[in-house]
Design a protein around this ligand. Structure first.
Ligand code: HEM
Length: 129
């Protein structure tokens, strides 16, 4: 396969990289009182798996997310949760830390962070405390 046909998923290292990203992110969520309180399940493992599968699919990896969860419709799925700027910034802070643990080349790191920032801003659904 020629290099330009590789997906971003493949380029960054595939499954183990997305598994680590989701895992490091959820380590941060587990220690964050504001975010942790939002999760309906005590066990964050299943949420970690859903995030991993979604990001893999988004970046050109396997479509397991949609095969098991249907169309992402992420903004709609987040409506039950109060995502104000504080929650968004906490989410992004844990994500930035998780991305840094991947030690990606600068261009890939920026590509990922830019997307995550845009997505987190799009998920904000209230400006109330
Ligand atoms: C901005 C702050 C955000 C907060 C506070 C937040 C919080 C949550 C919560 C509480 C859940 C439910 C846990 C579960 O059962 O899976 C969830 C689910 C999910 N979140 Fe977020 N989220 C945020 C942003 C994002 C962003 C930016 C993405 C994607 C780039 C994302 C992807 C997902 C996915 C894929 C699920 C599982 C959806 C499903 O299949 O049910 N979230 N999020």
């Amino acid at each position: 396969m020629s290099e330009e046909l590789l997906s971003f998923y493949d380029e960054v290292g595939g499954e183990p990289v997305f598994a680590k990203l989701a895992h490091e992110f959820y380590k941060g969520v587990a220690k964050d009182p504001v975010l942790k309180a939002m999760y309906p399940e005590e066990d964050l493992g299943p949420a970690e798996e859903r995030l991993k599968l979604f990001l893999e699919q988004y970046w050109g990896g396997p479509s397991t997310y949609s095969d098991t969860r249907g169309h992402p419709r992420l903004r709609m799925r987040h409506m039950p949760f109060k995502i104000n700027p504080d929650a968004r910034d906490r989410w992004l802070g844990h994500m930035e830390h998780a991305v840094d643990t991947l030690k990606l080349p600068p261009l890939q790191r920026e590509t990922l962070l830019e997307y995550l920032e845009r997505a987190a801003y799009a998920m904000t659904n209230t400006f109330e405390d």
